[in-house]
Each structure stands twice: as structure tokens, then as C-alpha cells.
Write a new protein. Structure first.
Length: 542
């Protein structure tokens, strides 16, 4: 960082052809974080050089994602399309200097002529056109005289280079497409490898930080800078991309999930997109903490998604208000509790935060508990409710099961219990100890809610690098059929009635949940499970 007179200027350069994912979050945190650490600047620049795949929707979503993560580009919002005229002039300069030529080979022929990793390429029969001839053809390309794919402009470098990216790469192609910003003003568009380094130079970028897959592109980056830029030359630096277990981040595959109807859009809470994890209930603080912990490395590695979840739990544990929610309810009737009586019991909002205050929860004769918290014929060391057994109701009393009421098919309709009025939680006389504590909700006060239980979208921990890059549908066979389970009849304590979309809670004994930012309303509450309570990463790393 001592170069450039200590000046640090980075950029985050997304392509507006899809939604950002968790891997991009690492890049965002790195680029903006490095600039912040060294009192520099970071630009947001859209690489909008391929109008056939770009949409304003993606531009808007990317801006929202960067802001949500807590970063600001201030007045430094740029587009590669801002530089189309300057990039065109750079191409003209290459032609004038004998460093570029118009080639009539088809895309397939260019690939054939390029050679292989062990065999040198073959020069195009159009490689030795004169500068005047190339200039005439290039100007006619810009004027729209030729159809798509009929001609390209190529840099004239070295067809025998061991680096395939240096074998006369294409730097301009013909595309008669409407651009989301420039409309029909252009019908030729620069390739990414041409536009990217020159855009960096035009913005006075010092550190062009990108993933390792672009390491082999660095010689071309440097060649263009050396041939076209005389001062303030940027330099490219590479880092390992983020690979997460149980996660696919290929843009093509994410698009396939959306367009194939395997998920409910780019912001489906099962998706690794930033909009998806935001909707699920992740916090920007947890994402930044995660990116901090995994750091920056040169070697590719696989990061356990459990670490990301650990960062999330640590953040939510301090912030999320506690609440009681019965996801799969069964009715409990307290036979010796007055029928018309309602008692307001006190509960702390967050035991980890003394300033979070307390709330009142209604307690009545008829309650709901979880079906799985009752068993008629329990095994040894079963500490939940069973015939004759006693358990404590959280914030309330100790109860004992007396009788089970079933329908004619043997399904449990009600569990009849008695309560011990001397065992009120927090009361001076409550000295009796039992091993089991259950959460509950008063039946007459309960809110009906839809609960969406999300799990990993991909069952396998992680496909190999080859599988991730493969252009096939094999990954679809690894989708988890239970990645979203919807419960329609869950019962929530009434304090949740007034919560707004995006509010986050720890449902006692269940996990962390978030009121869905799109579907939740007071009339139709919808909560997403963000993450369970069990922290496998913390346990494994003790």
C-alpha cells in the first residue's frame, strides 16, 4: 500500500446481469473495507458491456445490496457505458499503432485457431490487414453496416503465447442490442477484458482487486495499460473466491433455479443471493463479521457454512427479542385453573441485554404446547410432558399430566393437566425443581401464523470445482426437497401481533425467526426461520 504515494482507490465492479450473492459480499467488504482502512476511496462501477443480459432491475438490486451491507460510494457511481466513447478511442489508438485488427473469422473459427494449452495458436488470415483497412472496417462496424458475429476487433499480441488470453483476444464485438443506458447509440460493445482495465485507469483506481480466476487475465490487463495509459497505472491483485458448503454461487445455476421455478425468485430465502439472505433475516453485521473472520487468502478453500451461521447467532443473540411460539400445537387444559381467569406473567425480552426490558404474557386455563413435547410412553431420561410427569411452563407454573383425550382414530385432542399455584416462576414460594421446561401460548390469546422452516437448498456439502463450473443440470439432483417446510397453524404469543416486517426474534427452544419482509402483515403473520439454535461450528471449535 506504499505505492501511488500512499493513495488507495479501489472499486467494486459488478455486472448487472443478475443478483449479487454471498461471494460478492466478500468482494464488497474487501474493496470498501481496504479503502476505509487506508483512508482511501471505493467506487461502485457497473460493467454494463453486454446489453443482451443486463437489466435496470439488477442495477437497482445491486445498489440496495451494497447499501444494506453498510457501505457508501458517495458520488462515485460509474458505469462502463460512461466510457464507451473513450474506450472506442482507445481501440482506434491500438489500430493506429498496429496493435489491433478486424477479424472476419467466426467465433468457432477463432476458438479453433487459438490452439490449446500444449499447442500454439494459428494466426488469423486477417491479422496482417493494414492500419487503414482495419480503421475503415472498424468505423463501418460502429456505423452498423455489418450483422452480429460477422466481424470482431482483436488485439494483436502473440498467437504462440503460453497464456491463451494473450493469443489475439477479442476486444470488440458487434451486438445490435438496445442498451439500458445508451439505447441504440452503439452497436459495437467492448469485451470485459478490454473495458475493465481501461475503466480502472480512467477512474484513477490504484488497486484492482478481483478473484483468482482472473489471474491468467492479468498479463492482458497489464498489456492494455502499458500500451494505452501513460500515468496513474492501476495494478490488478487477486484473492481466492468464497466457496461455501451446501451452497451454489454460479450465476448461471442461480438463474436456472429462478427460471426453472425451483425457488420463488431471486430473493427466495433459500437462495445465497444477498437479497435472499436479507429476506431470510440475516443481518449485515453478521455478514461483515463473517467476511472479517475468513479473511483474504490466495489459495482456494472451502468454508463451512456453519461459521456463517455462528456469526449470525452471535449477532442475533444480543439483538433479538425472545418470544414463545408453538409451531405444531396440541391443546393443554389445566383442570384446576379458574375457567375465566387470565393472569399476566412477566418475561424478560432478552436475558443477554439487561436494557431490553420486560413484557407481559397472558396465561389462562387452556394453552398450546408443542406436540413433540408430549409422549404417552416415553423412554428413559425423557424430561418433557408424559402421563403423571411434571414439567415447568416457562415464566409460569409447574404442571402435571393427568389424562389424555383422543378422537376415535387415536389422535390426541387435548392433554388434561393440573397446575401447582405455589410454583409460579420467580415467586418466593417456588422452590420445587423439575428437569423439563416447555414453552407455551395461551389458546384464547394466540396469534395464528404461517411459519416457513428453511434449510439448506443443496444437500451435499459442496460440489467439486469442476462440478461448480460444469455447464449441466447435474446440480439439480442435489436439491433438498425439504429446504422449505410451511406450517400453517402455528400459535404465537400476542406480543408479536404488532411487529413490523423484518423484525427478528428468538422463538424459545426453536431458533431465530424473522417476520417476512414481503408477505408478513398483522392480519396474516408470516415468519421465516433464519437459523436454528444449535451451533455446530462453536461446538466443534471449542
Amino acid at each position: 500500500m506504499n505505492k501511488n504515494n500512499g493513495r488507495v482507490h479501489t472499486r467494486f465492479p459488478p455486472e448487472p446481469n443478475g443478483y449479487l450473492h454471498i461471494g460478492h459480499a466478500k468482494s464488497i467488504c474487501l474493496n470498501f473495507g481496504v479503502a476505509e482502512e487506508f483512508h482511501g476511496l471505493c467506487n461502485l462501477r457497473f460493467d454494463d458491456t453486454n446489453p443482451s443480459k443486463e437489466e435496470v432491475e439488477f442495477v437497482d438490486s445491486i445498489k440496495e445490496d451494497v447499501r444494506w451491507l453498510g457501505f457508501s460510494w458517495d458520488d462515485r457511481l460509474f458505469y462502463a457505458s460512461d466510457y464507451f466513447e473513450q474506450l472506442f478511442r482507445f481501440a482506434v489508438k491500438l489500430i493506429e499503432d498496429g496493435n489491433a485488427y478486424v477479424c472476419d473469422l467466426s467465433a468457432e473459427e477463432i476458438r479453433e485457431y487459438r490452439g490449446t494449452l500444449t499447442q500454439p495458436g494459428t494466426e488469423s488470415p486477417y491479422r496482417n490487414r493494414t492500419a487503414a483497412e482495419n480503421m475503415d472496417l472498424f468505423m463501418r462496424m460502429r456505423a452498423g453496416e455489418f450483422p452480429n458475429g460477422s466481424r470482431v476487433l482483436r488485439a494483436k499480441i502473440d498467437m504462440s503465447s503460453p497464456n491463451l488470453n494473450m493469443r489475439d483476444p477479442v476486444i470488440y464485438r458487434i451486438m445490435h442490442e438496445n442498451h439500458h443506458r445508451t439505447g441504440d447509440a452503439w452497436c459495437i460493445y467492448p469485451m470485459y477484458d478490454f473495458a475493465h482495465p481501461l475503466s480502472d485507469a480512467l477512474e484513477n483506481i490504484t488497486h484492482s482487486i478481483c478473484t483468482l480466476e482472473f489471474e491468467d487475465h492479468r498479463p492482458l490487463y497489464d498489456w492494455l495499460i502499458d500500451n494505452l495509459i501513460t500515468e496513474n497505472k492501476p495494478r490488478q491483485y487477486e484473492f481466492a473466491r468464497l466457496n461455501l458448503t451446501n451452497t451454489v454461487t454460479s450465476k448461471r445455476k442461480l438463474r436456472q433455479l429462478v427460471e426453472g421455478g425451483y425457488v420463488r425468485g431471486w430473493d427466495d430465502p433459500r437462495m445465497p443471493t444477498i437479497s435472499g439472505i436479507r429476506r431470510r433475516g440475516y443481518t449485515p453485521e453478521a455478514i461483515r463479521d463473517f467476511c472479517d473472520r475468513i479473511g483474504v487468502a490466495r489459495a482456494n478453500s472451502l468454508v463451512d457454512v456453519a461459521l456463517l451461521e455462528h456469526c449470525l447467532r452471535e449477532d442475533l443473540n444480543m439483538k433479538a427479542q425472545r418470544a414463545m411460539a408453538v409451531l405444531d400445537p396440541v391443546k393443554v387444559v389445566l383442570l384446576n385453573y379458574p375457567e375465566d381467569s387470565v393472569e399476566m406473567l412477566e418475561a424478560e425480552n432478552n436475558p443477554e441485554n439487561p436494557d431490553s426490558g420486560k413484557r407481559l404474557i397472558p396465561f389462562s386455563r387452556t394453552l398450546y404446547i408443542e406436540k413433540e413435547d408430549f409422549m404417552e410412553d416415553p423412554p428413559k431420561k425423557y424430561f418433557r410432558l408424559s402421563p403423571g410427569a411434571e414439567v415447568r411452563l416457562k415464566h409460569a407454573y409447574i404442571i402435571q399430566c393427568q389424562e389424555v383425550i383422543k378422537d376415535e382414530d387415536g389422535n390426541i385432542l387435548e392433554i388434561h393437566c393440573t397446575y401447582d399455584p405455589e410454583t409460579k416462576s420467580g415467586g418466593a414460594a417456588s422452590q420445587k425443581k423439575v428437569k423439563g421446561t416447555l414453552h407455551w401460548v395461551s389458546a384464547s390469546h394466540a396469534i395464528n401464523a404461517e411459519i416457513r422452516l428453511y434449510d439448506y437448498l443443496i444437500r451435499d456439502e459442496q460440489p467439486s470445482e469442476e462440478e461448480e463450473a460444469a455447464d449441466n443440470d447435474e446440480f439439480l439432483s442435489k436439491l433438498n426437497p425439504d429446504s422449505c417446510i410451511i406450517l400453517k397453524n402455528s400459535k404465537l404469543e400476542p406480543s408479536l401481533n404488532a411487529c413490523s416486517p423484518g423484525s427478528k426474534f428468538q422463538f424459545l427452544r426453536q431458533g431465530y425467526f424473522c417476520a417476512d419482509i414481503k408477505d408478513h402483515t398483522p392480519e396474516n403473520p408470516v415468519f421465516n426461520r433464519i437459523v436454528g439454535l444449535r451451533d455446530s461450528w462453536a461446538k466443534a471449535n471449542k
